[in-house]
Design a protein around this ligand. Structure first.
Ligand SMILES: C[C@H](O)[C@H](O)[C@@H](O)C(=O)CO
Ligand code: MN
Length: 411
């Protein structure tokens, strides 16, 4: 008997269908963020602004499209499954400088070819930071008409580009709007900036695209570096805006108060919206964007998605940027952990647990939940890696070490 068949029997005794879980997981697409590869610099700026920070100085970061694509390829070769790549508008590949409000689908042809060749989907984001017109962290809510106009036009262009991704790749592209807008100190007017943001969004989302190709989301935040006292696009603002305008609300796991758990929000959001978008990150004391670990909250998020039977209603994207470790390793750890968490959730007898709760069998519920934690999960995960033809255990890390020695260290 192999370790896998032994483990499968253990799960079967708990009433879990392991083959069905593996099959379901193989269909889940996770959006891998391109910006872990170069500390969110992009190809049209030198410095990261907008109240976010990639700390660390690990050598070997990608500095051009060829390097970034090669690094993404390396990471994907170590991650089971077929996924999506998440691009920011600042990663346009152009011969000459093209201002962000003038970007067109043609400036992303190279990325579409890249995605087609690898069977990937693409997601997209307007980039409203790391730019002279966002120097004071005011973009769509700016009191300056010309600044607002520039960013409204930029966001409109990104919707067009994302719809093009969706059509070309036959896979709905999520275009997510996040803005850094806010104030360092107590504002004299909270309503005004929010009114301006609302009007700007109304204009951005006026044009209708086929939902088969484009899904629009808006991302809230509690605070940013340098904008500690007031964030224009708060959670209440965007939750209401999304609900009223039939857009997706995007919850970033680092964008809430430290004791607030995104896992608890998922079922509530899904009761009122067809779809939901997530940025899976790991806040450590603040929105620090640490690499996603296989920790309790990640498991809880995955459990909620699975329990709500919502694997096809939730856009799962990663959002972290650690510049203190090997960046390919950061991607691989984060992506594999997201998949691990989903597999872990798929290997739970949810109906039995629900019944225990409904019948007020709380003692049994706790006992069962604790037993589930020590089932031979690793053997099932290894089987998944084998099925998907990617290295198991630390073998993937050996590949990263080789790549560092042969490629990254030469940059
Ligand atoms: C690159 C950013 O992390 C991203 O656009 C945004 O989603 C965010 O989370 C800002 O804090
Ligand atoms: Mn985010």
């Amino acid at each position: 008997m192999s370790r896998f068949s032994d483990a499968k029997e253990v799960y079967q005794e708990m009433g879990v269908n392991v083959d069905a879980a593996l099959e379901k997981l193989s269909k889940v697409k996770i959006s891998m963020h391109c910006w872990q590869g170069d500390d969110v610099i992009g190809f049209d700026s030198q410095e990261l602004t907008g109240g976010i920070a990639a700390t660390g100085n690990y050598p070997g970061k990608a500095t051009n499209p060829e390097e970034l694509m090669a690094d993404i390829d390396k990471a994907l070769s170590l991650i089971p499954g077929k996924h999506k790549l998440n691009l920011h508008a600042s990663y346009a590949i152009t011969a000459e400088k093209v201002e962000r409000d003038k970007l067109e689908p043609k400036h992303f042809h190279a990325w579409v070819d890249f995605a087609k060749e690898r069977g990937l989907g693409l997601d997209f984001n307007p980039t409203l930071f790391s730019h002279a017109k966002a120097a004071d962290n005011l973009t769509l809510s700016s009191p300056d008409d010309s600044i607002r106009r520039f960013w409204i036009d930029h966001c409109k262009k990104t919707r067009k580009i994302a719809a093009y991704f969706g059509k070309e790749l036959g896979c709905t592209a999520l275009n997510n709007v996040w803005i850094p807008d806010g104030y360092k100190d107590i504002p004299g007017d909270r309503l005004g900036p929010r009114k301006r943001l609302k009007a700007a969004l109304d204009e951005i989302f006026q044009e209708k695209y086929d939902k088969k190709y484009l899904a629009d989301s808006v991302e809230s935040k509690v605070f940013g570096l340098g904008v500690e006292s007031y964030t224009v696009g708060s959670h209440e603002f965007y939750m209401n805006y999304a609900a009223k305008n039939n857009l997706l609300c995007l919850l970033d796991t680092g964008h809430f108060h430290p004791t607030e758990m995104v896992s608890d929000k998922i079922s509530a959001m899904l009761l009122f919206a067809d779809q939901l978008a997530l940025h899976i990150s790991r806040p450590v004391r603040w929105d620090s964007d640490h690499v996603v670990l296989f920790d309790e909250e990640l498991k809880e998020i995955a459990k909620e998605i699975v329990r709500c039977d919502a694997l096809d209603r939730v856009f799962i994207g990663l959002d972290f940027f650690d510049a203190s470790i090997n960046r390919i390793s950061a991607w691989v750890v984060g992506m594999r952990n997201m998949e691990k968490a989903l597999l872990y959730a798929l290997l739970m007898p949810h109906q039995a647990l629900k019944k225990m709760q409904d019948e007020k069998n709380f003692t049994q519920l706790m006992a069962m939940m604790e037993e589930l934690k020590t089932l031979p999960f690793g053997d099932i995960w290894n089987q998944y890696c084998e099925q998907q033809e990617v290295p198991q255990g630390m073998a993937w890390f050996t590949e990263v070490q080789k790549y560092e020695a042969h490629v990254l260290s030469k940059r």
